[in-house]
Ligand binder design. Structure first.
Ligand code: NAD
Length: 412
């Protein structure tokens, strides 16, 4: 199905970005929110996105005006009767999403696809609120939606292949990079990335390396910024919430570092409060100067260690925070969540990871990765427990992860 008319429910940060990219490919978009002020804010955001495209020479003023004209703000569902697809980007609360999907199901044409941009809720549960679970799926955009290329396309239990195809085609039309991810908590990118974020906290709490050393090693390994810079940018409370959710879903492998709760309790939440792992006060750091570490973190590390003393590891070589990501990606392969060819694509386009986990495993060799994980399991047996698929591949003498799933040509 070709999407000609779409709607976005929720005109916040994500909804306005999604509405903007839909309109950029000539699709008429209804942007719906509960209050007119929220709709106007969303439209204002989109207008600014188009102004910036004109400034960068990506659109002429005339084109930008025409494309912006395709977005119509609304507080009612009246015009939803002839949409082909809806993307919901309202609050991340299951009751809110279930209500919205019940309403959409009653109003939208039977052929319309209903997508949710949820970061963590169950796509299948949301689909079950409708009479068309075959036409419901997750389309997980990354923030800021107008720039980030990745969209995780997540079928629920009953989603039809045709629905997935329409969503994938639409993503490509929007110049995005869609990756099909089977439904699991955290989907692919957040599930993998949070093992690294959490491990960085453990390294810091132990005193094995400093904030600056850990961030620098992450960048050396191909991440666009270190874990602590990312914590501060995302909001440490938001990260704590995601880590807790993953811990509840997957168990000890995601056990949150005690330091995380201490940072939240002390309201050192990152950029939004002026201080997280780094200082973000006005004028700090001065232009051109290095980032300034928040001195309070030392106090909070000591407090966290009183709660659970962590022995200092012998060394920090960066691999310690990268390997848990690789291991988690292999858990995803083990569960059939993703194709091996899509792992690096998703990590590159979802979080700017330049080197790639599969590339890393291929270059180091799977046996090396397994041995390293086993060596690190002295630090913590659960967080570094190798996935059984990795052990199986090594036992089978497979050296490259990219060969996973490839069958040798039959011998006649
Ligand atoms: P936001 O708070 O900026 O915007 C949410 C908007 O939804 C608000 O304007 C609110 O008024 C509106 N809304 C709430 N209930 C509604 C209803 N019943 N009908 C219509 N509109 C309603 O939130 P956001 O950051 O844009 O996130 C939206 C969704 O996208 C969430 O599910 C979130 O988990 C997901 N998401 C967020 C990010 C991110 O980094 N912000 C990334 C990926 C996915």
């Amino acid at each position: 199905m070709k999407v000609v008319r779409a709607a976005v429910v929720g005109a916040g940060a994500m909804g306005s970005g999604i509405a903007c990219v839909l309109s950029q490919c000539g699709i008429e978009v209804l942007l719906k929110d509960v209050e007119q002020t929220a709709v106007d804010r969303g439209l204002g955001n989109i207008k600014r996105m188009y102004d910036s495209r004109v400034k960068k020479g990506l659109n002429s003023q005339e084109e930008a005006d025409k494309l912006f004209g395709l977005v119509k703000g609304t507080t009612s569902y009246d015009d939803f009767k002839n949409v082909d697809l809806v993307i919901e980007a309202a609050f991340e609360e299951i009751s809110v999403k279930l209500d919205i999907f019940k309403t959409l199901d009653a109003i939208c044409p039977k052929k319309a696809i209903l997508a949710t941009n949820t970061s963590a809720l169950s796509v299948s549960e949301i689909a079950a609120a409708t009479s068309r679970p075959d036409k419901v799926l997750g389309m997980h955009f990354f923030n800021p939606a107008q720039f980030m290329k990745l969209v995780e396309v997540i079928p629920g239990v009953h989603t039809a292949e045709e629905t997935v195809k329409t969503a994938m085609d639409l993503c490509r039309e929007m110049q995005k990079t869609p990756v099909k991810v089977e439904e699991c908590p955290g989907f692919l990118v957040n599930r993998v990335l949070f093992t690294y974020m959490n491990e960085a906290l453990y390294v810091l709490q132990e005193g094995t390396a400093t904030i600056e050393e850990i961030d620098a090693k992450a960048v050396e390994h191909g991440l666009p910024m270190g874990p602590f810079a990312l914590f501060d940018m995302t909001g440490i409370d938001v990260c704590a919430h995601v880590t807790q959710f993953l811990y509840e879903q997957y168990g000890e492998r995601f056990a949150p570092s005690p330091l995380l709760a201490k940072m939240v309790k002390a309201k050192q939440l990152g950029q939004k409060t002026g201080a997280g792992f780094f200082m973000h006060d006005k004028g700090v750091p001065a232009k051109g100067e290095a980032k300034v570490v928040n001195a309070k973190v030392t106090e909070l590390v000591a407090e966290a260690n009183k709660e659970k003393a962590l022995p200092k590891a012998e060394k920090f070589d960066g691999l310690r925070i990268i390997l848990p990501m690789l291991n988690e990606a292999i858990y995803c392969l083990q569960e059939g969540v993703v194709d091996v060819k899509d792992i690096d694509l998703a990590m590159a386009n979802g979080c700017g990871f330049k080197k790639g986990l599969v590339e890393l495993a291929d270059s180091k060799g799977l046996a090396f990765c397994l041995d390293e994980l086993k060596a690190y399991s002295k630090v913590d047996a659960e967080r570094f427990r190798p996935s059984w698929l990795l052990s199986k591949l090594v036992a089978a003498k497979m050296t490259k992860l990219s060969d996973f799933g490839k069958k040798p040509a039959p011998v006649c």
